[in-house]
Design a protein around this ligand. Structure first.
Ligand SMILES: [Zn+2]
Length: 398
């Protein structure tokens, strides 16, 4: 169970600063939630995440933990917090996004979400041995990204798995389609997400009743609808009226749409419950999300970019593999006061990348996560201080 309090608002009525209280501590919002896909933030210990990054919470992926190590191991370990030695608040996603996207992409270099077909099994053009994820009214059948074995998620199965993993906040199982899909296809996904949301709530409440002595996670509903205003508003209205403890906004966004689509949704959602924007972490998108009413974000981008040699700076990003950094003895970001920037130079980290040393990923991930976590913390402070425009002027990448 969670509670949510709002302390301050932006003059536009949408953006807000608040606190989510969970059984494992508080999340001061807006907050960026680092992604611990397989119950680890890649290249970081939980202590680094707490002490060097200053993150309040993590989000783990149901799809990945279900396939590996499996729910049995998670159950025997005592749940996600004990298993990964993270004592702060946790989320799991529903597994839907990965079942649709990775299932479709297994063994193929296809763009995520591009190849999911409705109701029927379709072999990929030239290779009949590889089948795509199939969605029907009851759930999705997909191939494991690890070994190609076949699995099925339904709303009830996703909720069961998430209860076993044991995060503080879990998400309803939704259908996620590419924004490139037709309006009709998006509409079907919105309706299906609504029906699945009802099934998730019923099943979640049933488990809670059966295990009344155990702490139950908070269930968050998911809004879909692509870039269509009517679908987004409809989805937000129906999901927002249901008995969820918070909400997630799903689906891919085009860069230009993020502020508008998030605004449509947040205007329809109830004020007093937290709102999470799934899979968004680009600094500009975070700022647009915050001012349009988002409380929390998660995204793999900061750590993924770090492992590939990319470091955030206020004006954008640098690539440490470029020759210009070999003899550059300044910090990754001269304006940053993170552990990495206080102690290491670009030249050293560039050397680690070229030498393929693991520490390269660790030091750069600490910086990138600190960068986004603190950008959002500064936005929070600016909302409280009534100085959001000043914050934006200073921090919006030029
Ligand atoms: Zn730094």
């Amino acid at each position: 169970m969670i509670s949510f309090n709002i302390h301050a608002r932006l003059p536009n009525g949408r953006g807000r600063a608040g606190t989510i209280t969970t059984p494992h501590g508080k999340i001061e919002t807006p907050a960026f939630i680092p992604v611990a896909t397989k119950a680890t933030i890649k290249a970081l210990t939980p202590e680094m995440l707490r002490d060097y990054v200053g993150a309040h919470a993590i989000l783990a992926n149901t799809y990945h933990l279900y396939l590996q190590p499996g729910t049995n191991v998670l159950k025997k370990s005592g749940g996600l917090h004990k298993f990964m030695n993270w004592s702060g608040p946790t989320y799991t996603d529903s597994g839907g996004f990965q079942a649709f996207s990775l299932g479709a992409a297994y063994g193929k270099n296809v763009s995520k979400l591009a190849q999911v077909k409705e109701g029927i099994t379709i072999d990929h053009d030239e290779d009949a041995s590889i089948r795509l994820a199939q969605v029907d009214d009851d759930g999705v059948t997909f191939k494991s990204v690890i070994d190609g074995s076949t699995h099925r998620f339904t709303p009830e199965i996703s909720i069961d798995i998430q209860h076993t993993i044991g995060a503080d906040m879990i998400f309803a199982f939704d259908e996620c389609v590419s924004p490139q899909e037709s309006y009709e296809r998006q509409k079907t996904a919105v309706e299906r997400t609504y029906i699945w949301a009802k099934r998730c709530l019923i099943h979640h409440n049933k488990i809670k009743t059966q295990n009344s002595n155990l702490k139950s996670p908070a269930l968050l509903g998911i809004i879909q609808g692509g870039r269509h205003e009517d679908l987004r508003k409809y989805s937000a209205k129906v999901i927002g009226s249901m008995d969820f403890e918070g909400f997630g906004i799903g689906g891919s966004f085009d860069k230009d749409d993020i502020g508008t689509a998030v605004g449509w949704v947040c205007d329809e959602l109830p004020e007093g419950k937290p709102r999470h924007l799934l899979g968004i972490g680009d600094p500009i998108d975070l700022i647009l999300g915050i001012e349009n009413g988002i409380d929390t974000f998660d995204c793999v981008a900061p750590t993924r970019i770090a492992r590939n040699g990319g470091a955030y700076i206020r004006t954008g990003r640098i690539n440490l593999l470029n020759a210009q950094f070999i003899q550059d003895f300044t910090p990754l970001d001269p304006e940053c006061d993170c552990y990495t920037c206080k102690n290491y130079a670009r030249a050293y980290i560039a050397h680690l990348f070229r030498a393929k040393e693991m520490l390269a990923a660790t030091l750069t991930s600490i910086h990138n996560l600190y960068f986004v976590v603190n950008l959002v913390k500064k936005a929070r402070q600016a909302i409280i201080d009534g100085n959001y425009e000043g914050f934006k002027k200073k921090h919006l990448p030029k």
